[in-house]
Design a protein. Structure first.
Length: 222
């Protein structure tokens, strides 16, 4: 029995959930080497905020092997990570655009900073980061070592691509769980990561799919 706020989650293996979609997800992805993205928009509706934290908590409680990856941003990333960290911080990792990014709020056990990565200009990682023509030059300059207040924008784009594709010792994602802006879906950095996932056959879901996962687990109010 595990406590989350004013609730208790009764856990006896993955069978203790009423939602078969959640059951199937856990059965398929709770394996060694499985990387699940938990991330999304910085702006989160007030009513949705506890649901993001609860999802991170439920997934970390009902699993033992999958690693959770995020981008260390405010909003969705922070809320998902907060839920996971309450259960098992050792399975939480973040990819950051530079060393020290949001260090005071970083809850992850492992942090990979773009500063420390080897970025091959001819790699698929960089090619897929340059999907928008207005970012190509920024990315080229960043990879060549020209780092300033303009090229730092490229670091965020590449970071978003790394979260999906991995790089070097960083494994590619196995599945992506996102909190998106449903009025303007697939936009910005979140949309970029989701698009990269889809282009590389990494399954993704947004809140229209996962929102019920946490709420339909076995809960008992105090």
């Amino acid at each position: 029995m595990t406590r989350f706020g004013n609730h208790y989650l009764y856990v006896c293996g993955i069978t203790k959930t009423k939602n078969m979609l959640l059951h199937n997800f856990i059965k398929k992805y709770d394996k060694d080497g499985s990387i699940v993205l938990l991330e999304g928009k910085r702006k989160v509706a007030k009513d949705d905020q506890p649901r993001l934290e609860m999802l991170g908590f439920v997934l970390a409680t009902l699993t033992t092997k999958m690693t959770f990856r995020s981008g260390n941003a405010g909003g969705s990333d922070q809320l998902f990570c907060k839920g996971v960290a309450q259960v098992d911080k050792s399975r939480l990792e973040v990819i950051t655009p530079y060393a020290g990014h949001r260090k005071s709020t970083n809850l992850a056990h492992k942090t990979y900073a773009l500063d420390d990565m080897n970025l091959d200009p001819d790699s698929e990682l960089i090619k897929q980061s340059k999907q928008h023509k207005n970012t190509e030059k920024l990315i080229d300059n960043y990879v060549l070592g020209k780092k300033n207040r303009n090229t730092i924008k490229a670091a965020y784009i590449i970071r978003d691509t790394v979260k999906a594709l991995g790089n070097g010792d960083i494994k590619p994602a196995s599945f992506g769980i996102f909190y998106d802006d449903l009025e303007n879906p697939m936009s910005g950095g979140t949309g970029h990561t989701m698009n990269v996932c889809k282009q590389n056959n990494i399954p993704v879901v947004n809140q229209t799919h996962w929102m019920s996962w946490a709420e339909e687990a076995f809960w008992l109010d105090m």
